[in-house]
Design a protein around this ligand. Structure first.
Ligand code: 3PY
Ligand code: MG
Length: 259
């Protein structure tokens, strides 16, 4: 089990960490997913129907299961980043970071001065004010910042983005990247693979840990070979669907009259 305290250090050091997205906006989904042994969770506030008010309860459920949980925020706004961190997230995943300026803005929103410009408040992370001094003292060391490179513009700017101090992980979103490059399906595979290889090269050159999304767990060996350490695989909903599909296939295969 990974302690909340070590999470950022381990991610920065390029130790393999395997998480999954949470898209089902209920604490039960969080507890069930965390207790299965997944190494961290990423609450998907960008693409799932998770309300701002729900984030805090989902983070609480992750803490009950002693599983580090970060939040994929719905954009670059410092308000959403502050809301996730003040609620107690172990870090944030900022989507669609395409320029050095956007990467610097993400650092500014996540880090307290002098490294950034995050505002201090008596939220849950700061013990509702009881622990504010202690939280301010440790937050810059412990909060993880991962930025997603998943556009053609981000690909073009990868070296400048990866070099920004204060970023811990550059995370590749292959879905959006393929859409942005017009590289779909089997015909687009070579283009997408080359783009991913270029991003990974930029990460290596900057000494930055690299992350990647996979829809299922069948390619963990490939990730290791590519030098990708920070993995988000599927989501609670996708794993639920996959398990139920396999059950449904068993039902069909063993139905009365089936061969
Ligand atoms: C993408 O594939 O676009 C993602 O954002 C995966 O997390
Ligand atoms: Mg994406």
């Amino acid at each position: 089990m990974i302690s909340m305290r070590d999470f950022r250090a381990r991610a920065r050091a390029g130790e393999r960490l395997c998480g999954t997205f949470i898209g089902i906006p209920h604490p039960v989904a969080v507890e069930v997913t965390a207790r299965a042994g997944v190494e961290f969770l990423c609450l998907d506030w960008e693409h799932a129907q998770i309300s701002r008010g729900r984030i805090e309860d989902l983070l609480r459920a992750a803490e009950v299961a002693a599983c580090p949980a970060i939040v994929r925020v719905p954009g670059h706004g410092p308000e959403a980043i502050a809301a996730a961190l003040d609620a107690g997230a172990a870090g944030v995943l900022v989507p669609r970071v395409s320029t050095e300026a956007e990467a610097r803005a993400a650092v500014a929103a996540v880090r307290y001065p002098p490294l950034g410009a995050r505002g201090a408040g008596p939220g849950r992370a700061a013990g509702y004010g009881y622990d504010i001094a202690a939280y301010l003292a440790r937050a810059n060391d412990e909060i993880l910042l991962a930025v997603q490179v998943e556009t053609a513009e981000g690909l073009a700017n990868i070296d400048a983005i990866a070099a920004v101090e204060g970023i811990d992980v550059v995370f590749i979103g292959p879905g959006d990247l393929s859409v942005s490059l017009g590289a779909f399906g089997p015909e687009g595979k070579a283009t997408l693979d080359a783009a991913i290889a270029r991003i990974l090269q930029g990460c290596r050159a900057a000494g930055r840990a690299a992350g990647l999304f996979y829809p299922d767990a069948s390619r963990l060996a490939e990730a290791r070979a590519l030098g990708v350490s920070f993995l988000i695989v599927g989501s609670d909903a996708m794993f639920l669907g996959a398990a139920l599909r396999s059950y449904a296939a068993e039902i069909a295969a063993t139905a009365d009259g089936a061969e």
